[in-house]
Design a protein around this ligand. Sequence first.
Ligand SMILES: *Cc1c(COP(=O)(O)O)cnc(C)c1O
Length: 361
Amino acid sequence: MTINVTRSSMPDFDEYQAEIKDLWQSHWLTNNGSKHRELEQQLLEYLDVPALCLFTNGHLALENVLSALNLGGEVITTPFTFISTSNAIVRNGLSPVFCDINPTDYTIDVNKIEALITEKTSAIVPVHVYGNICDVAAIAEIADKYDLKVIYDAAHAFGVTTNANGIGQYGDASMFSFHATKVFNTIEGGAISCSDKTLRDKLEILKNFGLSADDAPYVGTNGKMNEFQAAMGLCNLRHVDAEIAKRKRVAERYNEQLENVPGIRISKGQPGVKSNYSYYPVLFDHYHKNRDEVFEELKLNGINARKYFYPLISDFSAYSNKHKSEVTPVARYIADRVLTLPMYASLGADEVDRICEIIKQ
Ligand SMILES: *Cc1c(COP(=O)(O)O)cnc(C)c1O
């Protein structure tokens, strides 16, 4: 039996069917329908954020919030992320400036941000990685000092809290992804959380072509979440706490098997942070086999791990003419050695054991 790196969460078919049934009465399929409104309310509470704007996917959410904040010039981010992060920056006519990551939790190295700030810098887009969070306090201090906006890519951080605060409370805005492969999914979907209600209102207009009543104050796009996506979200949200609890057990099983293996480095979590166990990253650092050999060995046994994030964004051909991955040596080191192992709620203890056996043999 093949084990994939992830397996999308789905409610029972009957539950989804019951949830979408009234759409056959209302014939209201998109444009802020009742499922959309209900999901938004429930997520405001679940994510513990002041304001939320739902989108058809996380990427468009990020593109639109960068546009809404009227940024210019340069934006500091990291190359150790999904390509969506820097694509959203470039597609807004902004230049990404890549900052290195720290080798402990793989988020932006806050000690290296200030050296990259120029007169052209308008924002920082840090990325919460694998369910680990950035140093939000240090980033807020730098942003205050230089008057920069902070927009978090929180695609990996659904439901994560720090000192019991929802992670979406930090910075000027945070983007969550509800893609099928994420901890919580609406098939495709995403959202922006923010504390500024006028920013939220602007996003509502931007995602609907820039239209507001009889006017179009902005040149917007189409980023609306439809009712079938929202219905999937309403169902999946009922089960998400139970799923995260199961993911935690999977992570603990991996930890037991791998924590004392020389040359294998696992993530231990962060103090005060409630993780969502979205990924299980393992670093092969001076192990007797390298990352690619382990990847191939797992594949031969029907187990699909993922080189994530690899390659670095700065090494993709769309970026490599303007960017050099040499400027972020830690990110490069980690990208060459990291593997995310299969991680999803229904992954069995016996399957985790089999995966670890293959890695250790
Ligand atoms: C998934 C992901 C995105 C994009 O979200 P979509 O909902 O797939 O558009 C952006 N950044 C990171 C880090 C992601 O993992």
